[in-house]
Design a protein. Structure first.
Length: 260
């Protein structure tokens, strides 16, 4: 971590691309390297500072003592996006971020052109909003796969439940490790554009509410889909605020933001 400056602001942490790989036709995994402290703070949900494509010296913002991002005056060419790290290894100084490439926003453009040596800024992280429970319901599209993967990986072996993941087709499925009692179901929308399918909301609506109160639901997808599922979970399932976390990861008609 860089020491604070005399004005109370410090530079953002800048990570460097060390590897790039396409894990599916629409998802690119970027491995970034940095200090152990910077990598430890880069997730599970992390604020990425995305520069213009092939900009070797971005005009980075700085960070205040309270965590606020302080932007430079004028045009700076850096976009703020929130992503979920697929993997963090502070000991090795590495973090993996998956980017969905079928969006047209600055993060998708940057990831499509990313090569080893390219810089990417990070400015603080946050929790996923998940909590342990005897029964889990996870529902999301491809942008939520990193978060779903982490939640499943951290779940107790005795956990039961269902993970519903909407993707374009079998070619977009990714390996997921889950407790034996958690069923992973892939929902294929085919030629329907992302955000225009009702597959995910319909699949949740077809589920029976599990018995008991030790239940937690985590949902991440397009905003309208998330609103429909949240209403079902609050209404038919009767889940309280502490029993679910539903977040719109992106909005149809706008540049796609996170991949997790």
């Amino acid at each position: 971590m860089t020491a604070p400056l005399t004005d109370g602001l410090r530079p953002v942490d800048v990570l460097t691309v060390v590897a790039v790989a396409d894990v599916t036709p629409s998802v690119r995994r970027v491995v970034l390297s940095g200090s152990s402290a910077a990598v430890a703070l880069a997730g599970p949900t992390v604020n990425l500072l995305v520069p213009r494509v092939r900009d070797p010296a971005p005009d980075w913002p700085r960070v205040a003592k309270d965590g606020r991002i302080v932007w430079p005056q004028g045009s700076h060419g850096v976009a703020l996006r929130s992503y979920t790290a697929r993997r963090q290894d502070p000991g090795a100084g590495e973090v993996e971020i998956d980017f969905v490439l079928h969006g047209d926003g600055p993060a998708a453009a940057w990831a499509a052109a990313a090569v080893p040596g390219a810089p990417l800024g990070v400015a603080g992280g946050a929790a996923l909003g998940a909590r342990p429970a005897a029964h889990l319901l996870l529902a999301g599209d491809e942008t939520a796969l990193p978060a779903i993967s982490r939640i499943l990986g951290e779940a107790a072996p005795t956990t039961t439940g269902t993970a519903l993941v909407e993707v374009a087709g079998p070619h977009e499925e990714q390996p997921l490790t889950a407790p034996a009692g958690v069923s992973v179901r892939w929902l294929h929308r085919g030629d329907v554009a992302p955000g225009e399918s009702t597959l995910l909301a319909d699949a949740v609506a077809a589920l029976d509410r599990p018995v008991g109160d030790d239940v937690f639901a985590w949902v991440g997808a397009e905003s309208a889909t998330v609103r429909a599922i949240r209403a079902d979970l609050r209404g038919r399932w009767g889940l309280g605020r502490a029993q679910h976390h539903a977040i719109g990861y992106w909005r149809r008609g706008r540049a796609m933001a996170p991949a997790g």
